[in-house]
Design a protein around this ligand. Structure first.
Ligand code: GLC
Length: 786
């Protein structure tokens, strides 16, 4: 084995190029250039360009970040050391130690080992090594099976269509983030490696003390997000790569899908059944069979004879319809999308200049080249007939991209999820690139084109795009689901962990197929899948062709009623989910968070993979085991009220919590106020009953507080009439609790006919709450509970 050739370190610590106004400095190294930059005062950028003549490409950076004015910087240019600093952050080059480090508040947070930190490997790939400390916990990297902590793993950064039967050994999956978040002795920082190229993260797998990033690209470009808290690190990472848009309110409701509802009659029957069963639902999905022979942007006139009227009827009953779109276009000279795309050269080419053809649902297909801005615009416009007919959301699938042989002739040999050839060519406007370089950005640019279909064609409504493939930055355009899972018990717990991990990777709006996609769901399993699924940001039941029906009523009683209660619980928490989505949009904070989110110094909590917080104050511990009679629950610090009984659990403890099939263990932190909305059957309905504010006052917490965002669902929220922020404060003293609620921002009308407060305090027999009715419309009020 030949040893990697390390890139010789600097011969001099004097920059060959330095611009303090733009906050950067560049140094000659044995091969090429090392560039240091402070794009913001808490983000350090370190880049190695061994081949400065090659062009680098990225689709991950949020265009808004590029407008950020450079911070004020200082520098120290010594003979042996160079430092570029801003605020509390410094990047230091140390000629003697041959190292580059990032320092915050005088502590080194990131350091490369002193020799061979950067190398060109025998196969031409490039590596950068950074040191790990023994107790470091490493998170992020996107969608992964197994525990949240990535320490000891080797992770491939390559979006892939993984098999539904995936296990802890399966890697990679569909959603890739070239981002690690490192918790070190309670402090948190992160590193984002900005490159679309296939790469690996060896997170202490080979050498336990070293994290090695190895890329097949031609440079290494890393943004070090200095933290120091998990929230700060994610705020910085999503400042660079972008944050989720405000998705429409209906998309936070319950969603139902199946591959496929085959006819208008079957589809409308599903909607009618939701209403008849009084199970809330906001969205129904049409999978590939609604199309005419799997041709995108068409529908089957026979199976769906009055498509537009059908959509109107469903909308009148409160259902938004989401249709699937795949990037593969059927090779069919009679089909306009194929004709136009061929004529305009909008499809990915073979190296010899012919259009690449492969196999997916429509049989022989070509793949749209989303690297071309003109092809993206074309694609956006292709959505017009669907939008005109009344479709509300678009589901972008198979966009790793992946081929499938199901409808191919029997002699076609494809490996599972096979992608396009590496040497295929993407036009990238006038700067052609290989598919090897574009692959990871394929799903991202497809969802960009889809998102822009909404902003171009339906600017007054919020876009809803759901995607399977994603890379760092995709969160600017799309929600993601985990792709094909299975109706197996292991996939409930794995799904929970996967989605906490996605939240730590910048993807806030995510979920799994409730009930499991592949294989046959069973009644108890569907119940547990639903209880966990209603807590996920995206709440959607979906199943494969040939699998057993698994709509909420599929198995009769007692399951239907228990599933209804779980979905009703989700609808009661809608005000909170709306508010948390706004927080994700503003700060990049995930909607569901690991239980150590506010106390990363607590090592016991860092090991918990199957519980999570919804926002800051609700602890959810869904049951994931077959036949469970109890559930082990780790409580973070604080006092936790059982949402079902108001019994108090003192934090930093572990309990064996008894459960029945109907139990979704939920606990609320003392000191918080949780808004509970009356249950409605879909989000289009007006509330006719008051909003309940449940105020949790603990033994050691005399105060509780809530800041709640609400909006009218407008696409543009610059007008104060489109939103409101409510601040609620409660103070307990001398056996009484005073509550004040105030609209502190925006002039939107209060959505509910009133407010109803419930105070929950520990240590009382019987019902622990004292109830007073209050009705308010936008005025401050104060009530004292005797
Ligand atoms: C893929 C998707 C799945 C969908 C199927 C048919 O397997 O992951 O959700 O149902 O294709 O479109």
């Amino acid at each position: 084995m030949s040893l990697p050739e390390s890139i010789h370190w600097l011969s001099s610590a004097s920059p060959m190029n330095e611009n303090l106004q733009l906050a950067f400095a560049q140094f000659a190294i044995s091969q090429g250039m090392l560039a240091l930059e402070l794009p913001d005062s808490d983000i350090a950028k370190i880049a190695v360009h061994p081949f400065p003549d090659t062009q680098r490409h990225t689709w991950s950076i949020d265009p808004a970040f590029l407008q950020t004015p450079a911070p004020q910087v200082t520098h120290i240019a010594g003979a042996r050391r160079y430092e570029l600093g801003s605020g509390n952050t410094k990047i230091r080059l140390d000629l003697a130690g041959a190292s580059v480090s990032v320092i915050q508040n005088d502590a080194v947070i990131l350091q490369s080992p002193d020799t061979g930190a950067f190398s060109i490997n025998a196969d031409g790939s490039l590596s950068w090594r950074i040191l790990l400390e023994p107790s470091d916990v490493v998170l992020g990297t996107g969608q992964r099976t197994g525990p949240l902590n990535q320490r000891g793993k080797k992770r491939l950064l390559w979006s892939a269509d993984a098999e539904p039967d995936h296990s802890e050994k399966t890697d990679p999956m569909h959603q890739i983030a070239s981002w690690v978040m490192i918790v070190r002795n309670g402090n948190t920082f992160g590193v984002f490696f900005d490159s679309p190229w296939r790469a690996t993260l060896d997170i202490g797998a080979t050498d336990p003390n070293v994290l090695t990033y190895t890329t097949t690209g031609t440079d290494i470009t890393a943004y070090v997000c200095c933290g120091p808290t998990p929230a700060a690190a994610l705020e910085q990472y999503t400042r660079v790569t972008g944050r989720p848009p405000l998705f429409p309110r209906w998309s936070l409701g319950n969603q139902q899908s199946r591959w496929s509802y085959m006819s208008a009659a079957e589809f409308e029957e599903v909607g009618a059944r939701f209403r008849a069963e009084h199970i809330p639902c906001d969205a129904l999905y049409l999978d590939i069979d609604y199309m005419r022979g799997f041709r995108d942007f068409t529908w089957d006139e026979q199976a769906f004879p009055d498509f537009s009227q059908m959509l109107q009827r469903l909308r009148a009953d409160g259902f938004h319809v989401v249709t699937i779109i795949d990037p593969g276009i059927k090779v069919d000279p009679e089909y306009s999308a194929f004709q136009e795309g061929t004529q305009r050269q909008y499809f990915i080419k073979n190296a010899d200049g012919t259009d690449f053809t492969g196999w997916v649902w429509p049989g022989l297909s070509v793949w749209t080249d989303f690297s071309q801005s003109a092809a993206r615009r074309w694609w956006s416009n292709l959505h017009k007939p669907l939008f005109d007919a009344g479709v509300s959301g678009i589901w972008d699938d198979m966009n790793e991209p992946s081929q499938a042989g199901m409808y191919a002739p029997s002699d076609v040999q494809l490996t599972y999820g096979e992608t396009l050839p590496q040497d295929a060519v993407c036009k990238n406007d006038d700067d052609p690139i290989s598919f090897a370089e574009f692959h990871n950005a394929y799903g991202l640019t497809m969802t960009q084109a889809t998102y822009e279909a909404f902003t171009m064609l339906r600017p007054k409504e919020r876009p809803f795009v759901l995607s399977r493939s994603a890379a760092s930055g995709s969160q600017r355009y799309t929600a993601v689901w985990n792709g094909d899972n299975s109706s197996i018990w292991e996939h409930i717990g794995m799904g929970i962990t996967m989605n906490i991990g996605l939240g730590l990777s910048g993807f806030a709006f995510t979920g799994f197929d409730i009930g499991g996609f592949n294989k046959f769901a069973e009644p108890e399993m569907l119940t547990r899948f639903t209880q966990a699924g209603v807590c996920m940001p995206l709440c959607r039941n979906h199943a494969a062709k040939f699998s057993r029906k698994q709509e909420p009523w599929a198995f009769g009683e007692p399951y239907t009623s228990i599933i209804r209660r779980a979905i009703e619980f989700r609808y009661s928490l809608l005000p909170l989910y709306v508010s948390l989505l706004k927080q994700a949009h503003d700060t990049g904070a995930p909607i569901i968070r690991p239980i150590w989110w506010n106390e990363p110094q607590n090592k016991d909590l860092l090991a918990v993979n199957d519980e999570f917080l919804i926002g800051d104050s609700i602890l959810a511990a869904p049951v994931t085991q077959r036949g469970a009679t109890n559930r082990r629950i780790v409580f973070p610090s604080g006092e936790w009220f059982d949402a079902a009984t108001n019994e108090v659990y003192i934090g930093n403890s572990v309990s064996e919590y008894p459960v029945t099939l109907d139990t979704l263990p939920i606990f609320i932190k003392a000191g918080s106020i949780i808004p509970f909305a009356p249950v409605i059957q879909h989000t289009g309905l007006a509330y006719t009953e008051p909003l309940e504010l449940r105020i949790f006052i603990g033994e050691t917490t005399a105060q509780a507080r809530l800041q709640l965002w609400d909006d009218t669902d407008a696409a543009d929220i610059s007008d104060p009439e489109t939103y409101a922020v409510y601040t609620v404060e409660a103070q307990a003293a001398n056996g009484a609790v005073a509550v004040a609620m105030q609209q502190t921002q925006g002039t939107m009308n209060f959505r509910y006919p009133g407010v109803h407060c419930t105070v929950v305090r520990p240590g009382k027999a019987g019902p622990f709450s004292e109830i007073k009715q209050m009705h308010t419309r936008r005025q401050e009020f104060m009530v004292v509970f005797e």
